[in-house]
Ligand binder design. Sequence first.
Ligand SMILES: *Cc1c(COP(=O)(O)O)cnc(C)c1O
Length: 240
Amino acid sequence: MDQIEEQASEHEIHENRAEVLASMAAASRRAGRRPEDTHLLVVSKTWPVEMVRRAATSGQIHFGESRAQEVLEKVPALPETLHWHFIGHLQKNKIRKIIHLCETLHSVDSLPLAQQISRIAGEEGVTPGIFLQVNVAADSAKFGFSAASIVEEIDEVLTLPHLSIEGLMTIPAFSPDPEDSRPHFARLRELRDTLSTRTGKPLPGLSMGMSGDYAVAIEEGATIVRVGTAIFGKRNKQAQ
Ligand SMILES: *Cc1c(COP(=O)(O)O)cnc(C)c1O
């Protein structure tokens, strides 16, 4: 009940999105980048289908979810023109359920998980876009390849036949000061450059930046930012 009262209107959501897009463009220009090279993924986790609908009427097509159960509930209830990205920790027994619903997986956090996704994707006849999640801050509370393990394992990941490896993703520890995230974003970009040189693969995608720090992430090279709260308002429920 409370949640219904707190839900943003369609108009508010459109205004919020316009504001985020404007700050994204400003951050791109500050960094000497082209605004069209940074994309907004709207994170709709915990919000009902109606909120996604309200966001979609603004022209937003890409949405992110972090729980398989929510993907199964929401995606079939919304227009097929939307594109879904999985951004949460993915359990192996959920891969087959979501692989037809989510075209991009941002949170592939280990070699065994990548292997399993490739195997199932092959059986199901799909080739998901993949971001490899790296725990650049070596935060014991976060999933992800360590910087050392991804250097060791990238060649093997790149041999997996049914994955389209787009690049790297990271989630720094939350801090009220976005500048605290900057070194982690810079580290992810440097790691990408290292891997790209070693493998000869461009790995162009950098999925980094959330509501509090997406502008800093874009200054440090993000190609896709994952933004929920700045679009829909504060979540009541814990996701993740
Ligand atoms: C929830 C979540 C986001 C969005 O966070 P906001 O602070 O609401 O913008 C981005 N990325 C991941 C992986 C998330 O789980």
